[in-house]
Design a binder for this molecule. Structure first.
Ligand code: C2E
Ligand code: MG
Ligand code: MG
Length: 471
């Protein structure tokens, strides 16, 4: 009897131990699961979901630490760099967000392959990356990293079957001791990057305090831009376009400048996107057409020559239903032969709404106006639109002209564009010609027209006229 009872008790004890073990295991499992979830949450709070790079919060935290550490250790150095992909918006708009995302991921990988393990690469969002570089012996080492990044990104990326050319603009703060907070450091790197964009992209600038003077806040800009047209602050500069064989000036491209009362001349890349967003591009755009056609008519008569005028159009302007009608009115007022007016459109514009754009372009064409594609090759658009739309001329973007003679692929692209254009009965203008070598190659490839610093920068009205006189 006693034995049976003892055995019975043993059985109960065993069961209970098993039960307790089971509960313990379950608890342990739930704990580790919860821990995992917590870790995941903590990770995602600190990292960018697309690239898994540190996000702004984590990056700023590391930057704050680096700043604090350098205060205590005089021989410790660090640098902060801001990186922005050039023309990312164009790629995103023309090839879609999916390709845009893949390009960001690819760029992130390439940037990361250029830094050392101790450095931090972060993504702030969009096409903006940031670097925290630490512990180099001298500033040159930091700049070497930037040069490496520049080179790494220059190799074309093949994404979903598209070959995409990218470059980056960078800004770096090297004298990090001179600034107090992480926010200030990052802002200065951003300002230096902005300076790079202003001076033509695809490079880096080192921040110095003088750059601060040129910075205008967006709010200030908008309020000043609202008054600029009425205050006659816009002016046009004219860059000659030459026939490649005769080297004769055949016409000019009108390029907008903003003569700010205190800040001096502001280039279009710094404010056109703002007036586009504000909707001011339409009235300002009409002013450009009015002024440029008046000017070219004056020169045509003065020099007794069929000079043409190239005018850039924004997407917003093309969306205007009565664009052709209004332009016609301006042409009549200035008594300009429509065949001497060339309108430059960008590829991204054409991709957006091919049917609507076709209608507008046909209306313009019916007036006798010529249509040209600007910055050709950077829109990454399908080439299918070229034969569907009434287009007369392609302008090869200067990034391709730049590569001429530097690498075989550079010449191949230009040659391909020329063959394509000529096959479709279009003419070609090469933009951004800077060297005799580029000119010689373009001439050999049978490009018709050239434009670039080799011949002249965009000129004031007086200088353009003087150049016409000389020729
Ligand atoms: P874009 O139409 O492609 O104009 C050519 C730009 O390349 C001009 O810059 C010109 O100064 C620059 N450039 C010309 N030759 C060379 C060269 O040999 N080397 C280098 N590095 N650059 C060269 P800009 O005047 O600063 O104009 C920038 C852009 O602003 C223009 O690019 C155009 O897209 C836009 N823009 C200018 N005026 C207007 C306008 O009236 N309306 C609209 N919607 N956009 C305009
Ligand atoms: Mg243009
Ligand atoms: Mg262009």
């Amino acid at each position: 009897m006693i034995i049976i009872l003892a055995r019975h008790r043993n059985l109960i004890e065993n069961d209970r131990t098993k039960e307790i073990n089971k509960i313990n295991k379950q608890l342990q499992f739930e704990l580790t699961e919860r821990k995992k979830i917590e870790e995941k949450l903590a990770h995602s709070a600190m990292h960018d979901p697309l690239t898994d790079l540190p996000n702004r919060i984590l990056f700023m935290d590391r930057l704050t630490h680096a700043k604090a550490y350098s205060r205590r250790h005089a021989d410790f150095t660090f640098a902060v760099c801001f990186i922005d992909l050039d023309r990312f918006k164009v790629i995103n708009d023309s090839l879609g967000h999916n390709v845009g995302d893949l390009l960001i991921v690819e760029s992130a990988k390439r940037i990361q392959s250029c830094v050392r393990a101790a450095d931090t690469v972060g993504r702030l969002g969009g096409d903006e990356f940031v670097l925290l570089l630490e512990g180099a012996e001298n500033p040159e080492d930091y700049l070497r990293i930037l040069k490496r990044i520049q080179k790494q990104l220059l190799h074309p990326a093949v994404i979903n079957g598209y070959t995409v050319y990218i470059s980056v603009s960078m800004g770096i703060v090297l004298d990090t001791d001179n600034y107090e907070t992480a926010d200030e450091l990052l802002r200065n790197a951003d300002i230096a990057m902005y300076q790079t964009k202003k001076e033509g992209r695809g490079d880096y600038r080192i921040f110095d305090d003088s750059m601060l003077e040129g910075v205008m806040t967006r709010i200030e800009m908008e309020s000043d831009l609202r008054k600029a047209l009425d205050n006659h602050e816009f002016i046009l500069h004219y860059q000659p376009i030459l026939n490649i064989t005769t080297k004769e000036i055949v016409g000019f491209e009108a390029l907008l400048r903003w003569q700010h009362p205190n800040k001096g001349i502001i280039p279009p890349n710094d404010f056109i996107y703002i007036i586009e967003e504000m909707g001011l591009i339409v009235p300002i755009g009409y002013w450009v057409i009015e002024e440029a056609t008046r000017q070219i008519k004056e020169w045509q008569e003065k020099f007794n020559k069929e000079l043409s005028i190239n005018i850039n159009l924004s997407t917003r302007q093309c969306a205007e239903k009565d664009l052709a009608e209004n332009i016609n009115e301006i042409l009549e007022r200035n008594q300009l032969n429509p065949s001497t007016l060339n309108l430059e459109l960008t590829e991204s514009l054409i991709i957006k709404d091919t049917n609507a754009i076709k209608f507008t372009l046909e209306n313009l064409r019916n007036l006798g106006i010529q249509v040209q594609i600007d910055d050709f090759g950077t829109g990454y658009s399908s080439l299918g639109y070229l034969h569907k739309l009434p287009i007369d001329t392609l302008k090869i973007d200067r990034t391709f002209v730049n590569r001429l003679g530097l690498e075989a692929s550079g010449s191949n692209i230009v040659q391909t564009i020329l063959a394509l254009a000529h096959g479709l009965g279009m003419q070609v203008i090469a933009e951004g010609v800077e060297t005799e070598h580029q000119l010689a190659m373009l001439e050999e490839m049978k490009c018709e027209y050239v434009q670039g610093f080799l011949f002249a920068r965009p000129l004031t009205e007086q200088d353009a006229e003087a150049m016409l006189l000389k020729s």
